[in-house]
Write a protein that binds this ligand. Structure first.
Ligand code: F6P
Length: 328
């Protein structure tokens, strides 16, 4: 029988994402609601190894639902990837009488949580927080919706310059291995082409398509490129190639970078974070462990961490087709 949970810890790890604070708030308040003690772990798994814990009560998370980043700070811990590091973390956790852990982050965070669970039979629950939306077991990760809105806003602004100067802009958006951000913002921002890792358009077809839209009367164009795109060139080489192989456009590059991860979470991300925190804590209290909470068909569901990590998210083919039709 699983041990009765009296005290939980919560941490954020990996790249920060808008909505992480709202999720911390939800975990802390759900613990308070169920009369469970809660501690916040500073700097992700680093803080777990150092025993950097602070007691959190319902009032300690006031005023953070609308804040980007993470009040607990985040890190990508190299030491937690070692057996010695995890052993130290377990000793700290045992000393502090912590009975379970809610880990908010992406696939690296979940891999750490899963191994920790395997080695020490310690109850863990994951909340998916990454702007990339590259986790299986949820239609939306925390921060994805906010990042989409941030990027669309940036594209709208760049479009003002593109159309005023008759320019072609290559805009690079985040998405190390996946094109979810690129595909959605490409459609919402009215891009002529969207380059994503899941689809290799090829350079010739890209130039052909841009030429076609130029001839059809377009005087400026936007191409959205996911940072992990596999077309074989980085965005600056891509710009040079198009510059050399196409006439009539002044070509520019804009790399949006980390501004995509910042800012106040959207309403959607705040609600999602609040729901995920409740589900994560209550699932641990029910004796469940080694799962990730996620949104499937509008409901909170659990997916085994292993499946969430190993699975590959699929690009929505319908969106690809819509984008093709819209860019005629
Ligand atoms: O995983 C989220 C992400 O934003 C990726 O899209 C991006 O490649 C990466 O983080 C950047 O990480 P860092 O902040 O460590 O440079």
């Amino acid at each position: 029988m699983s041990k009765v949970i009296k005290k939980l810890a919560v941490l954020t790890s990996g790249g920060d994402a808008p909505g992480m604070n709202a999720a911390i708030r939800s975990v802390v308040r759900t613990c308070a609601y169920h009369n469970i003690e809660c501690v916040g772990v500073q700097r992700g798994y680093e803080g777990l190894i150092d025993g950097d814990f602070k007691v959190m009560d319902a009032r300690s998370v006031r005023g953070i639902i609308n804040k980007g980043g993470t009040i607990l700070k985040s890190a990508r811990s190299a030491e937690f990837r070692t057996k010695e590091g995890r052993q130290k973390a377990f000793e700290m956790i045992s000393k502090a009488n912590i009975d379970g852990l809610v880990a908010i982050g992406g696939d690296g965070t979940f891999t750490g949580a899963m191994i920790f669970n395997e080695e020490f039979d310690f109850p863990v629950m994951g909340i998916p927080g990454t702007i990339d939306n590259d986790i299986v077991g949820t239609t939306h990760t925390l921060g994805f919706d906010t990042a989409l809105n941030t990027v669309v806003d940036a594209i709208d602004k760049i479009r003002d310059t593109a159309s005023s100067h008759d320019r072609l802009f290559f805009i690079e958006v985040m998405g190390r291995d996946v094109g979810h951000i690129a595909l959605n913002v490409g459609i919402a921002g009215g891009a002529e082409e969207i380059l994503i890792p899941e689809e290799d358009l090829g350079l010739d077809r890209l130039v052909e398509s841009l030429n076609r839209s130029r001839k059809s009367g377009k005087t400026s164009s936007i191409v959205v490129v996911a940072e992990g795109d596999k077309i074989g060139k980085n965005i600056f080489e891509l710009k040079d190639y198009v510059d050399q192989n196409m006439e009539g456009y002044d070509v520019r590059v804009s790399v949006l970078g980390h501004m995509q991860r910042g800012g106040a979470p959207s309403c959607f991300d705040r609600v999602l974070a609040s729901r995920m925190g409740v589900k994560a804590v209550e699932s641990l209290l029910e004796g469940k462990s080694n799962y990730m909470v996620g949104l499937i068909n509008s409901k909170m569901e659990l997916t085994p961490l292993e499946k969430a990590i190993k699975g590959k998210t699929k690009i929505n083919l319908e969106l690809l087709r819509v984008s093709d039709i819209m860019s005629i």
